[in-house]
Ligand binder design. Structure first.
Ligand code: SAM
Length: 274
């Protein structure tokens, strides 16, 4: 049996009794970083064998784990923090187990995304888990574009050194006035939840360097309402003498449609001879 075992996202007190028991009785504990998990296990007084299973060796090590599981061994999979398979290796091993007829069970534990969501003060009834946006430019742009069509609270993971870049990208995509929660160092000593609009966050983090681990919860853009006649708004602002750029900015702020999209619509509006 493979057990996916949740471990704390910061506060060691969050390890469950069942996680301790299952880890203690396992034949093998597969983990991303044997040094890091070694410290956790040492704290728990557990000395089982560790086995490195991570992004860079998973293709080779997955079949090794399957073979041990098929021999009847109990294997636990843990990640550096939280639940394995949530923006962490694990998904591939679960798929492999299912393909190979190996049983999989979970010992649930904390997940940074859900911890942030419940603290965000945003809508929790429906949500979209985005995790990390791709680092590659064109893929990242595509995902940012896709976020504009999501109508549920979005949950994004981001490294502190890229947080301001993410905020800039969100503003560029029309999320400046969206409510957000910047959840930092959850369950740890310096836990902090900054609830503000994305534009306000830009101001805040320009003065205060982002440090620690972050989850960003983001309110969706308002649905392009049938009640708002975007073209009529564009016409009104152009008639008032505003430039294409100013019109795009004003209409974007009023409708939640990205500046870039409105900008293109203003160009088209002008080209159509209005
Ligand atoms: N498997 C983990 C989970 O269940 O949430 C996620 C692992 S992912 C590799 C690491 C990212 O999770 C961090 O970059 C950060 O965005 C988020 N994270 C993990 N622990 C956190 C914490 N204590 N506070 C805020 N964010 C955290």
């Amino acid at each position: 049996m493979l057990y996916l075992v949740g471990t704390p996202i910061g506060n060691m007190g969050d390890i469950s009794q069942r996680a301790r028991e299952v880890l203690a009785s396992a034949d093998l504990i597969a983990c991303e970083d044997t040094r890091r998990t070694g410290i956790l296990l040492k704290n728990l007084g557990i000395t089982n064998k560790l086995f490195a299973y991570h992004e860079h060796n998973k293709a080779a090590k997955g079949p090794v784990l399957i073979s041990r599981l098929k021999q009847g061994e109990t294997v636990c999979l843990v990640s550096d923090a939280g639940m394995p398979s949530i923006s962490d290796p694990g998904e591939d091993l679960v798929k492999l187990c299912i393909e190979e007829g190996v049983d999989v069970s979970a010992v649930p534990g904390p997940v940074a995304a859900i911890t942030a969501l419940v603290l965000s003060g945003l809508d929790t009834r429906r949500y979209h888990y985005e995790g990390f946006l791709p680092s590659e430019n064109s893929e990242r742009k595509k995902r940012l574009e896709a976020l504009k069509d999501i109508r549920e609270t979005m949950i994004i993971y981001e490294a502190p050194h890229r947080l301001i870049k993410l905020i800039d990208e969100l503003i560029l995509n029309g999320f400046g006035s969206s409510g957000a929660a910047f959840c930092r160092e959850l369950t740890k000593r310096y836990e902090q939840v900054i609830r503000c609009t994305v534009s306000e966050a830009k101001e805040y983090f320009t003065g205060t360097e982002p440090k620690g681990e972050f989850v960003v919860c983001l309110q969706p853009l308002p649905e392009e309402s049938g009640d708002i006649d975007v073209e009529a708004l564009i016409g009104r602002f152009l008639d008032e003498g505003l430039s294409t750029k100013e019109t795009a900015s004003r209409v974007s702020g009023m409708t939640g449609i990205s500046k870039k999209d409105v900008y293109e619509r203003v160009i088209k509006y002008r080209a159509d001879g209005n």
